[in-house]
Write a protein that binds this ligand. Structure first.
Ligand code: NAD
Length: 411
């Protein structure tokens, strides 16, 4: 695995370009978030292999109770088109380090970089058959994998709709364990005691609009306390307007292309719905650079979005931000927790006690305080509620790929 990580680093540029041409993510983000992250992930789990071992239970003197950790066997992994290398590596790293074989199915619109990743694994000496990448449509290749009687654990990152189906496939086949990393409608909550409005707006714009908002943890709902609402939104719009949208392979582009026409149309559809439901289009809302033949959209901000409006409840997976004002902490918590999701969240405040109260009160797998989008391999990422039931990254990810086996020995 260490050799594999080395090879990924060696080919980082080519791998990134391959992925960017496939899925449209801006190179300026993908280089680090895709190839860089994949190499670091494979290395991290390679180094972790000999840090995992069993336990001796404190049983009565007459018996010895041993707890072994065993590989589950065959892991099926189904991943989405946004960040295929990063998300793929988050599954492959712990699954392979734990001693399993993996069959991985990439998304239809982003298979190339993962196919190359698998070739590099062979080159690094991973035994043939340990990592298999099977491309194809979700309803064909994905369904076959999920229904297979030979797959012991299924790990998935993608939409809630497909996640539901996977649970059904498991029930209809061999009751394989299914771990889901799903979507979100993550709130970023700005209190009027936030220390640095300009910095908060800058971080929020990046947390929301990079990769055209096609990020599961994007802070797609901005809740702003009334005292700073107008100032914050104006600053946000200024920062959003300054982002350069364009050719994903141009290193100066801060936002690349939307993955497919379907995704673009979906985002434009949300703009229409939000307007119909009475929200105010503060900036953006349009397809741009159409003459290039690419799918680009302006960073879009809606204000006055009601907490139960479609734009506040449904995942867009595009560059459309919903801004909702609030009065006090209780209302902020109620709005923040008022969706079916619970992936990520952010709190901007200079009140330490409030920060701790919010960490407890917000129902999400991740709470950021005075930052957004923090990322490190040592820290787990996962959601609660309908955002999923498993964690990628960190040593905790191993739990998905290992079975516990108990041995009793009479002394
Ligand atoms: P998607 O659910 O449509 O597809 C994901 C994968 O599932 C693809 O490989 C697809 O081919 C496959 N698939 C589709 N139908 C299938 C079926 N019937 N059986 C088996 N497999 C099937 O999602 P997407 O559009 O590729 O990705 C966007 C979604 O992923 C968003 O909802 C986003 O929030 C989510 N996402 C979540 C995370 C996270 O960590 N929580 C990260 C990235 C993306």
């Amino acid at each position: 695995m260490l050799k594999w990580a080395e090879l990924i680093e060696r080919e980082a540029l080519a791998l990134t370009v391959l992925g960017v041409r496939d899925n449209g993510t801006e190179f300026s983000m993908a280089f680090k978030a895709e190839a860089g992250s994949a190499a670091a992930t494979i290395r991290y789990y390679g180094e972790a292999i000999d840090k995992l071992y069993g336990e001796i239970a404190p049983t009565a003197d007459t018996h010895l109770g041993l707890i072994h950790r065993e590989p589950v066997g065959v892991v099926g992994a189904i991943v989405p088109w946004n960040f295929p290398l990063m998300i793929g590596a988050w599954k492959l790293g712990p699954a392979i380090a734990a001693g399993n074989s993996v069959v991985l199915k990439p998304a239809e619109t982003a298979s190339l970089s993962l196919l190359r990743l698998a070739e590099l694994a062979l080159e690094a000496g991973l035994p043939k058959g340990v990592l298999n990448v099977v491309t194809g449509r979700g309803q064909v290749a994905g369904e076959a994998l999920a229904l297979s009687m030979d797959v012991d654990v299924l790990v998935f990152t993608g939409s809630g709709g497909v996640g539901r189906r996977l649970l059904e496939y498991s029930a209809r086949s061999n009751l394989k364990r299914v771990y889901l990393e799903l979507g979100g409608k993550s709130p970023s909550i700005v209190f009027d005691d936030a220390k640095d409005i300009a910095q908060a707006a800058k971080v929020t714009v990046n947390g929301m609009f990079r990769n055209s908002g096609q990020v599961c943890v994007a802070c797609t709902r901005l809740l702003v306390q009334r005292g700073v609402h107008d100032e914050f939104v104006a600053e946000l719009a200024k920062q959003a307007a300054a982002l350069k949208v364009g050719d994903p392979l141009d290193q100066t582009s801060q936002i690349g292309a939307i993955n497919s026409l379907r995704q673009l149309e979906q985002s434009l559809g949300f703009v229409e719905t939000a307007q119909k439901e009475g929200a105010s289009l503060y900036r953006g809302g349009n397809r741009i650079l159409e003459e290039t033949g690419g799918y680009y959209m302006e960073p879009t901000i809606f204000t006055g979005v009601g907490a139960t409006d479609t734009l506040a409840q449904k995942e867009v997976f595009g560059p459309v931000l919903a801004v909702t004002p609030f009065e006090d902490e209780a209302e902020a918590v109620a709005i923040a927790n008022g969706t079916e999701y619970g992936l990520s969240s952010g709190v901007w405040t200079s009140d330490l006690s409030r920060a701790h109260r919010m960490i407890r009160a917000v129902r999400a797998g991740v709470v950021h305080v005075n930052t957004y989008g923090g990322s490190d391999l040592t820290v787990p990422l996962g959601g609660v509620r309908q955002s999923g039931n498993g964690h990628d990254k960190s040593l905790h990810a191993f739990d998905k790929y290992l079975d516990l086996k108990t041995a009793w020995i009479q002394l």
